[in-house]
Design a binder for this molecule. Structure first.
Ligand SMILES: Nc1ncnc2c1ncn2[C@@H]1O[C@H](COP(=O)(O)OP(=O)(O)OP(=O)(O)O)[C@@H](O)[C@H]1O
Length: 286
């Protein structure tokens, strides 16, 4: 099956920052999470995909077509939640329908009003008077109501309370359920990715630190707390990164299962995406 999105060697140079040869492939039916510290390059990646900033190098293929050459057609099949609804702030919620109908060939009136209803969004409220959560929900309703095949979200769930976030995460899982749609989302809230991501890419200072399936992260990685003797007994291949604390070593290990089988009574904790990210950014290589 053709990937929904394919990026090869995407490079964008700013004065003090380079997004450095980022490549990614999002298969159909997958949720792909982009994580990294502030300034890692997540928004730059998404902006370059959407041709909102000019890239220096690289190719971007969406639905099998070169993005630059077929941007108008491709955009008809992409739903985007990347910033607020600034340009529409003076409009009422109900005004969005006639505007979007002109933009999207597949705009689905019933679907849109269905979302407004299920999100309990008031039709007669001005967009600038919506709460943060309400405007995020409206943004999602807009992004989904033209039957896109790819959703691109930049920090879309930050600022939402846990109940609303959960609702949105369920919506995303539903969106990819038929196996043909995909989602690319960047977030600081790594626990969201623990819940729903199929793939995770960690960006650090413009570079890709890793791309792993969620299953690989769960099955391979673990955190071992140990003393010096045990640390010295580990092989270099087992240690991804380590952090030396005052009284112990904290070690991000890979090959969790093999290690458990070969060394008895080893206490290995589960590594969340946040743990893994911290080790990759703050940890040391042996
Ligand atoms: N227009 C610009 N001109 C110069 N530098 C820029 C520009 N836009 C972004 N940058 C720089 O690029 C780097 C990456 O920024 P980017 O917004 O992509 O990071 P991010 O991972 O999305 O961060 P955050 O999590 O804080 O949103 C930063 O150092 C930022 O200052």
């Amino acid at each position: 099956m053709e990937p929904i999105l394919q990026i090869k060697d995407l490079t964008k140079k700013y004065k003090n920052f380079t997004l450095d040869h980022v490549s990614m492939e999002i298969p159909q039916g997958m949720i792909y999470g982009l994580v990294g510290e502030n300034g890692a390059g997540k928004t730059t990646t998404i902006s370059a995909i959407l041709n909102m900033v000019e890239k220096n190098e690289g190719t971007i293929t969406v639905f099998g077509r070169d993005y630059e050459q077929a941007e108008r057609e491709i955009k008809q099949d992409i739903g985007v939640v990347i910033d607020g609804l600034g340009p529409y702030s003076g409009y009422y919620v109900k005004d969005i329908h006639p505007i979007m109908k002109k933009i999207y060939e597949n705009w689905d009136r019933d679907l849109f009003f269905g979302y407004l209803d299920s999100f309990k969004l008031p039709l007669d409220k001005k967009i600038k008077d919506l709460s943060k959560g309400m405007s995020v929900k409206l943004n999602f309703a807009i992004a989904l109501s033209h039957h896109p095949r790819l959703l691109i979200l930049d920090e879309a769930t930050s600022g939402l309370d846990p109940v609303m976030r959960d609702e949105i995460l369920s919506l995303l899982q539903e969106f990819v359920l038929d196996g043909t749609n995909s989602v690319l989302l960047s977030t600081h809230i790594t626990s969201d990715l623990d819940k729903i991501a199929d793939y995770v890419m960690l960006l650090h200072e413009g570079k890709v630190m890793f791309v792993k399936t969620k299953e690989e992260l769960d099955v391979d990685f673990g955190i071992l707390h140990c003393g010096k003797d045990m640390f010295n007994a580990l092989s270099d291949e087992d240690i991804v990164y380590y952090i030396k604390e005052e009284f112990e070593y904290r070690v991000l290990i890979q090959n969790k299962r093999e290690l458990r089988a070969s060394i008895r009574d080893l206490a290995i904790d589960r590594a969340s995406i946040e743990d893994i990210m911290l080790f990759y950014i703050r940890g040391k290589k042996r």
